[in-house]
Design a binder for this molecule. Structure first.
Ligand code: A3P
Length: 275
């Protein structure tokens, strides 16, 4: 759905009146205990949702419901959130400047997860095939030209990343910045950091259990997810690896993307791991 100079997912609330939806979200009064999970699509949202659920409840049981019950981007109103148990894990793909003002101003917790943009694009391309109006035979080259070179989804990944990094600099205590690749390479370290941020007591055994239960294979096997086609594993758990982009980007596409990256990110202090 086109709105101003950007694109939103085609959820009914956006199709009906994106401006109203965005305004309601901005005005939403969260609870002090709410944890806002902020990601650009395909950066590991469902993975982190499960991890935050387990850490915050001090359990290693899977969350009985899907992230979609607290996915604010999909909701026409937020009434159903009233019956969720604390701490609620509220999710949005919207950039920092669209977050509920009261959540930000009152210093409530925000978990910001990012992923190297090449793998993220490959993941998004594979996810979109046959969904949300994208034909099953949509080619990677068309995706690259239309959605990598002209990335307007939620205002685009570069804008998303820059807005959040600036916010992290300004609010270092209530926003934690996690990287997909770091969690995959060093899950115990990153989950300990997250558990401390969430102020969870007695974390040692808990973190070990959560690392195990939230591994790619176990999540893929155990978690019944939306978008699940009968008899097929969920498309939300595809490969779970770093570096799949090398199987998709041509040499030219890679050079094109690197040039855009250098230009967009020239004053930004962040580095991603691509393998
Ligand atoms: P791939 O398509 O590269 O496999 P989101 O939840 O934001 O839609 O992100 C989906 C991506 O996160 C998919 O990437 C998925 O496989 C990956 N993912 C989910 N759980 C994971 C886990 N436990 N470990 C590593 N990657 C995971």
């Amino acid at each position: 759905v086109k709105y101003k100079d950007f694109t939103l997912a085609p959820w009914p609330c956006n199709e009906e009146n994106p401006g109203k939806h965005l305004q309601l979200l901005k005005e939403f009064d969260s609870w002090n205990s709410d944890i806002m999970l902020c990601t650009s699509p395909k950066s590991g949202t469902h993975w982190l949702h499960e991890i935050i659920y387990m850490l915050s409840r001090q359990t290693t049981e899977y969350c009985p419901q899907s992230l979609f019950t607290t996915h604010m981007d999909m909701m026409g109103d937020f009434d159903s959130l009233e019956s969720q148990s604390e701490p609620r894990i509220l999710h949005t793909h919207l950039p920092f400047s669209f977050l509920p003002t009261k959540h930000v101003e009152n210093g409530r917790k925000i978990v910001f997860v990012n992923r190297n943009p090449k793998d993220r694009h490959v993941s998004l391309y594979n996810f979109l095939l046959g969904k949300m109006g994208v034909p099953e035979d949509y080619s990677w080259n068309d995706y690259f030209d239309e959605m990598v070179l002209h990335d307007t989804l939620y205002k685009g990944w570069f804008n998303y990343t820059k807005e959040f990094l600036e916010a992290v600099d300004k609010n270092p205590t209530n926003i934690i910045h996690l990287l997909y690749e770091d969690i995959l390479k060093n899950p115990t370290k990153e989950l300990t950091r997250l558990a401390e941020f969430l102020e969870i007591p007695k974390i040692e055994n808990l973190v070990a259990g959560v690392v195990d239960k939230c591994s790619f294979n176990k999540l893929k096997e155990n978690k019944v997810m939306p978008f699940r086609v009968k008899g097929k594993p969920s498309s939300l758990f595809r490969k779970g690896k770093i570096g799949d982009w090398k199987n998709w980007f041509t040499v030219t596409q890679n050079e094109q993307f690197d040039a855009i990256y250098r230009n967009e990110m020239k004053n930004v202090n962040i580095s991603f791991s691509y393998e």
